[in-house]
Design a protein around this ligand. Structure first.
Ligand code: SF4
Ligand code: SF4
Ligand code: SF4
Ligand code: FES
Length: 934
């Protein structure tokens, strides 16, 4: 392994059909029209010195180092700002250019601390490299003149340092913050000699708008902006390409290492999902992997009232196997089961569901997608024929109108959020449908055309009203419908949706958005060019989550917005491998590739491959397993990397179920809330130790490669195979690539996937098979996977969760940028700097009538339970709605959520809980607000 650095061609690639030929240093070069001379030269292997140019941002032309001579032109233009022209003849190395460049470098170096040997960037500094490249041998101006060497450092953020004494004012950081990240946190203040990078009107980076994405650090050619970890450890000596383990964007990184210590994470420009960008979690929040809280030794105990006893892997596996086997023998195979984790690799998930089906002898397998995107799988399968999003992320660059509903990409999917902002700044129009005023409603140089601040629980009414406008104003794409969709289902749906009860005027009171705004948004989506829908858990985590997904699919089909770049229905998946865990056969009714366990032919292929008789009927979903446990008919659960006692709704019910079981096995990194109810703790591995694949929200299968050995002494897949073997069903692989080979052999959509192919192509989007050996970026291009697109009637049925005088507010939940889900990883990093506690957002009006002031501790109570947290008064939430995150176990936000769920998939209705908010310890007669909605 070596430390590979990706080439920097100086200016961004140009996507143009017309090619231009020119000559550079006597070499014939052909590049797309609009390419800079600097990039054309670089792509041809000709290196022109540069400092202010980097290929992640547009050319700026300030350093004057990249000068060239062009035949027929006077002067020495900067090659970064000069586009190629047909027949152009360029010289990059002449005595005149060499002299000019040395002069430029002399000026830079005359105001630079000459401490290269002790500088953190030593060996990875473009200024140092350029001094060498131009042959700098002396600085005629000396170094005693006016300079910036005493300028004060900013060490306010935990992850990087700003040392202005080393700044060359190239503005790469400012441009990266604007163009790549879209935060506009930085500016160059002052003029001439006094010019300096500044975090706007703020004292420090930490006080500013900066979100610590690190794009500026990446762009900086000197040690001015440097990772704290590099300052501590020095530069890496080898690197491993892998994939972020936080969210469903699935960013590719190069982990630069010193031995088994991560020095820094560098987002890869070749990353299919992130194209060189990252967020604060992926780039910086990796410290949890080596946190002292990690459990690295297996533990067992006879009962949950006893303390844990550390043991060997052999004893822990034997203990778990004996318990599961005893339950099987005494009560039958359907009294045990397991859940897979969307935090684990495809290979780890696949072996768990295989163990449950083949060794446990039951289809009682479920996954944490049950509580997030199960309605996506169901809804898109019903309408389009496949349980996945339709586009790649790059597609957004071709969208004209973006309908963003129930998602908050700048917090939940930050790198995609930045990409979306780039497109919006370039001219696309945005419709946001969200009860809360998320950042994208208004952010620098982006303003939504419409913010439909709908009432929580009224999604289906809104999408029906929008579709009603399309269908009654003649805005549908008749040719697309006739050519691509099932006519009977369309006729039935069209008759339904045209009914007056679906008109915006009939529904505006229920939705809480004026009919005129709904009409305008519907017209814009239907007529504004390429219409792309992006959605998140604000769509799925409802009692009508599946109905809403089908409503989105109906709207996209009715307007012809499926099957090409720039359109589509795009679920923004929560966890890094939620798509993959679903693909791998984690649901009780489906094998990998979403094939029914009741299909005799499909089941026979698995039985033949696994050498086991498999159950013919679907097993229990997780909520059913928990209900059965409380009822005493379900006795044992294997839990892979999931903290259901914290993340699942109605905590009391979950813990009662866990407490009732005879054998709970938890496989995880840390002793979590669920582990308090476990009998066996099998230590898990972090992504830095894993070898396998994750599949992101765009169906992209990315490699996860080990940067260090497992701290637990074994891989998770090995431990699962050992448990299955101990239970009488032998499972063994030499290497996770063999697990992927088995997945490919048994799963038609993965038939062409192998570690070799992934290593060769970088990543592929399934389906990947003989018909699409390099994968499928855009689905349903020539026809729907199910043949014809099917419209589904989407009657609006109000949730049974109603506000009353006792519970007059609606609680909805979400995530924040710096933390991740239940916070098990991010709380063990410096990310707590930004979010040390969950706060309750409440509208000032609702706060005032309750006597609540900013920062007060309040009680949050629902019919299920109560918790307390501090209040933030904000108009981001409308009156009648309160909002919180659920990153800290102490908050216990899910103590108050109900276990009411989606009618089709049981996905919990996290987004709608009727609550009351009072000052903590307030007297019983504290005034309450009037009923907000019924
Ligand atoms: S870390 Fe990101 S948000 Fe902060 S200043 Fe740098 S580019 Fe901007
Ligand atoms: S901080 Fe770095 S990137 Fe920013 S202007 Fe200074 S040298 Fe350039
Ligand atoms: S956007 Fe998601 S996948 Fe990318 S670095 Fe951030 S957390 Fe990781
Ligand atoms: S790299 Fe072209 S002017 Fe700086």
């Amino acid at each position: 392994m070596t430390l590979i650095r990706e080439p920097d061609h100086g200016t961004p690639a140009v996507d143009a059909a017309t090619l231009v030929s020119l000559t550079i240093d006597g070499r014939a070069v052909t590049v797309p029209e609009g390419t800079s001379v600097l990039r054309a030269a670089s792509e041809a292997g000709i290196s022109i010195p540069k400092l202010c140019a980097t290929d992640s941002v547009k050319a700026f032309g300030s350093c004057r180092l990249c000068l060239v001579e062009i035949e027929g032109r006077t002067g020495t233009p900067s090659s970064c700002t000069t586009p190629v022209a047909e027949g152009m003849v360029v010289a990059t190395q002449t005595p005149r250019l060499a002299k000019l460049r040395r002069g430029v470098m002399e000026l830079y170096i005359s105001d630079h601390p000459l401490d290269c040997l002790t500088c953190a960037a030593n060996g990875n500094c473009e200024l140092q490299d350029m001094a060498g490249a131009v042959g700098l041998r002396e600085v005629r101006y000396g170094s005693d003149g006016a300079n910036h060497r005493a300028a004060e450092k900013d060490t306010s953020t935990p992850y990087f340092t700003y040392d202005p004494s080393k700044c060359i004012v190239c503005s790469r950081c400012v441009r990266a913050c604007e163009e790549v990240q879209g935060t506009f946190a930085l500016t160059i203040e002052g003029r001439g000699f006094d010019s300096r990078v500044s975090p706007g009107a703020h004292e420090s980076f930490l006080d500013s708008e900066c979100v610590s994405c690190g794009a500026c650090v990446e762009a900086c050619p000197t040690a001015t902006l440097t990772e704290t970890s590099v300052i501590q450890h020095g530069q890496g000596e080898h690197a491993v390409s892998t994939t972020c383990a936080y969210c469903g964007v699935g960013c590719s990184f190069r982990a630069e290492m010193q031995g088994e210590t991560v020095v820094r994470m560098v987002p890869e420009k070749t990353g299919g999902a992130n194209a060189g960008h990252s967020c604060v979690k992926g780039r910086f929040a990796f410290g949890y992997a080596t946190h002292p809280d990690r459990v690295t030794t297996p533990m067992i105990r006879e009962s949950i009232d006893e303390p844990w006893r550390e043991t060997t892997w052999e004893e822990a596996i034997a203990f778990a196997a004996d318990r599961f086997t005893a339950i099987q023998a005494a009560h039958g195979p359907h009294t045990i089961g397991g859940i897979t984790s969307s935090r684990c690799t495809n290979e780890e998930v696949f072996v768990v569901q295989k163990m449950i089906r083949a060794a446990f002898g039951t289809n009682n397998v479920d996954t944490c997608a049950r509580v997030c995107h199960a309605p996506t799988g169901y809804g898109l399968k019903q309408t389009f024929g496949t349980s996945a999003g339709t586009q790649d992320f790059q597609s957004v660059e071709h969208a004209d109108v973006i309908l963003l509903i129930g998602a908050n990409p700048t917090d939940g999917h930050p790198v995609f959020g930045s990409r979306m902002k780039q497109r919006l700044r370039a001219g696309a129009t945005l419709i946001v449908a969200d009860p809360r005023r998320i950042d994208l409603v208004r952010t620098p140089h982006v303003q939504a055309a419409h913010h439909l601040a709908l009432r929580p629980g009224s999604n289906v009414a809104l999408i029906n009203a929008m579709a009603h406008v399309v269908m009654t104003e003649g805005l549908e794409d008749r040719a697309f419908i006739a050519e691509r969709c099932d006519p009977d289902s369309f006729a039935e749906w069209a008759a339904f949706i045209r009914q007056p009860q679906n008109a915006p005027e009939a529904l505006e009171g229920l939705i809480g958005v004026p009919a005129a705004d709904i009409r305008a948004a519907a017209r814009l989506y239907a007529t504004g060019g390429n219409g792309a829908i992006y959605y998140g858990l604000g769509v799925t985590e409802h009692s009508q989550g599946s109905t809403m997904v089908m409503g989105l699919a109906n709207l996209a089909m009715a307007t012809g917005n499926i099957g090409r770049r720039g359109v589509g229905v795009n679920p923004l998946r929560g966890q890094n491998n939620v798509q993959g865990s679903c693909d791998m056969g984690s649901f009780p009714h489906e094998f990998s590739g979403y094939r029914s366990v009741t299909d005799d032919t499909v089941r026979a292929t698995f039985e033949a491959a696994w050498g086991a008789a498999l159950q013919t009927e679907p097993g229990l979903r997780l909520p059913n397993m928990l209900d059965a446990a409380v009822a005493g008919t379900f006795k044992g659960l294997f839990i892979q990397g999931e903290d259901i006692a914290q993340s699942d709704p109605n905590t009391r019910h979950v813990t009662a179920a866990l407490r009732a079981m005879d054998c709970v096995v938890v496989m995880d990194l840390f002793q979590n809330e669920t582990a308090a109810y476990a009998h066996v703790f099998l230590p898990g591995t972090s992504f830095l130790e894993k070898d396998g694949t994750f599949t992101n929200a765009e169906r992209r299968i990315n490699r996860v490669r080990p940067a260090m050995r497992p701290k637990t002494g074994t891989h998770e897949w090995q431990a699962v195979c050992d448990l299955a073997t101990a239970m009488g069903h032998p499972m063994a692989y030499d290497d996770p690539s063999q697990i992927m080979d088995e997945i490919a052999a048994l799963t038609p959509t993965f038939a062409g996937v192998s570690f070799d192919r992934l290593d060769r192509l970088g990543s592929v989007q399934w389906p990947c098979n003989d018909a699409a050996p390099e994968g499928t970026p855009i689905m349903h291009a020539d026809g729907f996977v199910r043949g014809q697109g099917r419209f589904m009637v989407t009657d609006f049925v109000a949730t049974e969760e109603r506000t009353t005088r006792a519970f007059p507010l609606i609680l909805t939940t979400g995530r924040i940028l710096s933390q991740y889900n239940v916070g098990a990883q991010t709380r063990r990093t410096a990310n707590v700097t930004w979010h040390a506690e969950d706060r309750l957002e409440i509208h000032p009006h609702d706060a005032e009538v309750r006597g609540i002031a900013e920062g007060d501790r309040v009680s949050l109570a629902s019919r299920m339970g109560a918790t307390s947290l501090r209040a933030t008064l904000t108009e981001r939430v409308p009156p009648g709605v309160v909002y919180t995150t659920f990153h800290h176990p102490i908050t216990g936000a899910n103590v108050v959520t109900t276990d009411r769920g989606d009618w089709a998939t049981d996905c919990p209705e996290y987004k709608v809980t009727a609550v009351q908010v009072t000052l903590a310890n307030a007297p019983a007669d504290t005034p309450t607000a009037p009923v907000a909605a019924e």
